[in-house]
Design a protein around this ligand. Structure first.
Ligand SMILES: C[S@@+](CC[C@H](N)C(=O)[O-])C[C@H]1O[C@@H](n2cnc3c(N)ncnc32)[C@H](O)[C@@H]1O
Length: 563
């Protein structure tokens, strides 16, 4: 079973389905209480609904909205678990006092980190500038997971390492420390008796044997003025300074990491939090996953994860981001949307489909794949279920099922018949006229009810979008590159959300987008002469997607063929 999951939905509903005490670390970056339109990031139905939800009232309403969610987060955290809540000046005071202290208890406040977002000078006067975010750190109990991290040394501290030898830059630290000792570390070395040093006497930091070893390796510094030797301490050896509360060493998202939406958090920030408060194999949850920064980093750090967002776009961008970074050895993940794509279900592995749909219907599936007498599962009262992963089911299926159900449990079959209740269920994508007529005949003539259930009565199904690509030449650069404009055009009843491009598509590696989110369906890219494979995905409002791959021969002329 895959643990790694991306889930579309209101996090309150999804959190309620997660077991108590099951999560190691929660990071949440909820929409801030800023009452600005830039709080709308994705602009799709899910997000707008959530935006209206939060803005139905003032700050009290916002706090109540967040509080009931944090309550659930507290419940799902393990006793060793921790929560990091990312917010800013708009509501941080209210969040701490009204939510976190109340739910976690004052004693379980661990720290408040200040992320100074950038050191850029701003034209806003110092008094009005609010160039920082707050990250509250709470634990569920005193026995929480915590790993000491270190920050890079400041430039001033680095300057202390001003000496250099073949091993690198170093500073020197004392070999003698205060306090008399009788054992090895109190012995005379290089004619220096440590017990006679200083007012109270001193001792070596290690044994004379070890000091000789250090000397051989050139790790001891002998001052020219004949003073006590000192130990060389190299810049490389220094782990840095223990992590402090103010983080001014993490820049806003830049370069290749940028996906193109305003509230994206830097991976370095999440790396710090995840490494600080979890270990490999732990489960990390982000209930406001946005563009998937938390889960992307969690996956890189070999932890398991669950990401939730109410926006289809956020979930799909996160999915593509994960796909881009994963390789053959990565742990697979699942994506749960509101609707299921007909083609994916219809052509899924038969047994996988049978067991999944039987469960969705409220039954349990037969464990043995063969010799199941045509019965694939049963309802809690043992009424049999058969699954046909096809369309247009014929009359003979009904008759065969009737015999199988009767053979399976004759007593139950007769009981159900007497009670005028279904003797069994057949699940299929659609039923032909013959099957419907036969089921009706059995009911009328023999009082045998076989209920025909279509898959879309159990789970919502939609057709995935369709897509076409066009290519036009914009210019041929001096450096021999062809500047081409690729235009994708998608159609879906649900409406198109965005497109995603992979301009050096490799079937073996899968879709690795060079541009994750393109709202327009237009991508300009420079190609060298030669053969290129280009893939574009279209994502619709239900989160369903389709892919088109073309072969593009660029050489004097441009020739496009479908793959
Ligand atoms: C500030 S963004 C998170 C950004 C994220 N940390 C990142 O680095 O990409 C907040 C996200 O919360 C989502 N959201 C808002 N209300 C929600 C709700 N009730 N349930 C689930 N997600 C919600 C929004 O759709 C948005 O993607």
């Amino acid at each position: 079973m895959t643990i790694n999951k991306l889930i579309l939905g209101d996090n309150l509903d999804i959190l309620r389905q997660i077991e108590d005490n099951s999560v190691d670390l929660i990071y949440l970056d909820p929409p801030f209480f800023s009452n600005r339109n830039y709080e709308i990031i994705w602009g799709d139905e899910g997000e707008i609904r959530s935006f209206k939800d939060r803005w139905a009232g003032g700050i009290e309403h916002y706090i109540a909205w967040l509080k009931e969610r944090v309550h659930e987060m507290y419940r799902v955290l393990k006793p060793t678990g921790t929560l990091f809540l990312h917010c800013d000046w708009h509501a941080n005071a209210y969040i701490r006092v009204e939510i976190l202290d109340k739910i976690f208890g004052l004693n379980n406040f661990i720290n408040e980190f200040i992320w100074k977002r950038s050191s850029n000078r701003s034209s806003i006067s110092k008094a009005a500038r609010k160039n920082y975010d707050t990250i509250f750190f709470y634990a569920k109990s005193k026995k929480y997971t915590y790993n000491q991290l270190f920050m890079e040394l400041s430039a001033a501290s680095k300057e202390l390492y001003k000496n250099k030898d073949k091993h690198g830059f170093y500073q020197t630290v004392p070999l003698l420390v205060s306090g008399k000792r009788q054992g090895e570390t109190g012995k005379i070395w290089k004619n220096i008796d440590p017990n006679k040093q200083g007012q109270e006497g001193m001792h070596w930091v290690t044994t004379p044997a070890k000091l000789n070893e250090y000397e051989k390796q050139g790790l001891i510094y002998f001052p020219k003025n004949g003073k006590t030797p000192r130990l060389k301490y190299y810049l490389e050896q220094s782990p840095g300074v223990p992590l402090c509360e103010v983080w001014d060493d993490i820049q806003l998202v830049q370069g290749k990491e940028r996906i193109g939406y305003p509230t994206q958090k830097p991976e370095a920030l999440l790396k710090r939090i995840i490494e600080m408060a979890s270990n490999e194999g732990d489960l990390v949850l982000d209930p406001f996953v946005g563009g998937g920064t938390t889960i992307a980093v969690t996956d890189q750090l070999k932890r398991s994860w669950i990401g939730i967002d109410q926006s289809v776009q956020a979930v799909k961008v996160s999915e593509l981001r994960l796909q881009k970074q994963q390789d053959l050895f990565s742990v697979p993940f699942t994506v749960q949307l509101y609707k299921y794509d007909y083609d994916t279900l219809r052509y899924k592995n038969a047994f996988e489909f049978e067991s999944w749909i039987v469960q969705q219907f409220g039954g349990t599936c037969n464990i043995q794949q063969r010799s199941d007498g045509g019965l694939d599962g049963k309802m809690p009262d043992n009424t049999p279920i058969q699954v046909k992963r096809s369309d247009n089911i014929g009359r003979n299926v009904i008759d065969n099922f009737k015999s199988a159900a009767e053979r399976n449990d004759k007593k139950l079959f007769e009981k159900k018949r007497k009670e005028s209740k279904p003797v069994g269920y057949i699940i299929a994508f659609s039923f032909g006229k013959g099957a419907v007529e036969e089921a009706a005949r059995l009911k009328i003539k023999e009082n045998i009810i076989i209920k025909l259930v279509t898959v879309d009565e159990i789970v919502p199904i939609a057709k995935k979008p369709t897509i076409t690509i066009d290519v036009s030449e914009k210019s041929r650069g001096e450096n021999g590159l062809w500047d081409l404009e690729l235009t994708a055009s998608g159609q879906s009843d649900a409406g198109i959300e965005f497109y995603s491009w992979d301009c050096s598509y490799d079937l073996k590696k899968g879709f690795k987008p060079s541009l994750i989110m393109d709202k327009e369906g237009r991508h300009r890219y420079q190609f060298k002469a030669g053969l290129h494979h280009i893939a574009v995905k279209v994502v619709d409002n239900d989160g369903l997607e389709n892919i088109e791959v073309i072969k593009l021969q660029v050489n004097g002329k441009i020739k496009k063929t479908l793959l």
